[in-house]
Design a protein around this ligand. Structure first.
Ligand code: IMP
Ligand code: MG
Length: 188
């Protein structure tokens, strides 16, 4: 595994900016769901770091659940059509206020499939909180209630988002220089 400095083009969102924005989102969610109980559903694995930071700022009682969806494999940078559920929930979400927590919305296909599936289970409400929105790339319209940052059409990594499953631990969001990365890894 190469040092990320070899292919980091720029830091797009700093650790301090992430911390500030995540706290604001938690505040907004706490206000909107006041006197209610909430079920946060995190889509593995990219959303985990965001979820755990966000939870610390949510003051309403809430439970946490996880689900996993396969969108694309190592070496691919785009979602391939329909997403497949690879890990389903353990909780019945019927009559719960559900907030889906996502790392990034790109084409919107992954989220659209998940929303379709979850809405058939009749939650009391179903909303989306995404850290990042790459709106230029949208192919399917998806309703986003809470968004951390709108970002340009660039491949990003860090703060939960991976580059072929690594670098999720970085505390900032960086832009990958894909030419350099592919050369380093011998992918092309
Ligand atoms: P969508 O179905 O095209 O919206 O893809 C959403 C999923 O693709 C996200 O949950 C991420 O896992 C992944 N993804 C999209 N863009 C990026 C990126 O720039 N860096 C890392 N993962 C990404
Ligand atoms: Mg994801």
């Amino acid at each position: 595994m190469r040092d990320y400095h070899d292919f980091l083009k720029e830091v797009l969102i700093s650790e301090a900016a992430l911390r500030k924005r995540v706290a604001e989102l938690g505040e907004e969610i706490s206000r909107d769901y006041e006197h209610q109980e909430l079920l946060l559903i995190c889509i593995l694995r990219g959303g985990v770091m965001f979820l755990t930071d966000l939870m610390r700022h949510i003051r309403v009682p809430h439970a946490v659940e996880f689900m996993a969806v396969s969108s694309y494999g190592v070496g691919r940078r785009e979602t391939s059509g329909q997403a497949r559920i690879t890990l389903d929930l353990n909780t019945n979400i019927r009559d719960h206020h559900v907030l889906l927590v996502e790392d990034i919305i790109d084409s919107g296909r992954t989220l659209a499939s998940v929303l379709d599936l979850l809405s058939t289970r009749k939650p009391k409400s179903l909303e989306v909180c995404t850290l990042l929105d790459k709106s230029e790339r949208r192919e399917v319209e998806v309703p986003i209630k809470y968004c951390g940052f709108k970002i340009p059409d660039k491949f990003v990594f860090g703060y939960g988002l991976d580059l072929d499953e690594y670098y999720r631990n970085l505390p900032f969001i960086g832009v990958v220089d894909l030419d350099k990365y592919n050369k380093e890894m011998g992918t092309v």
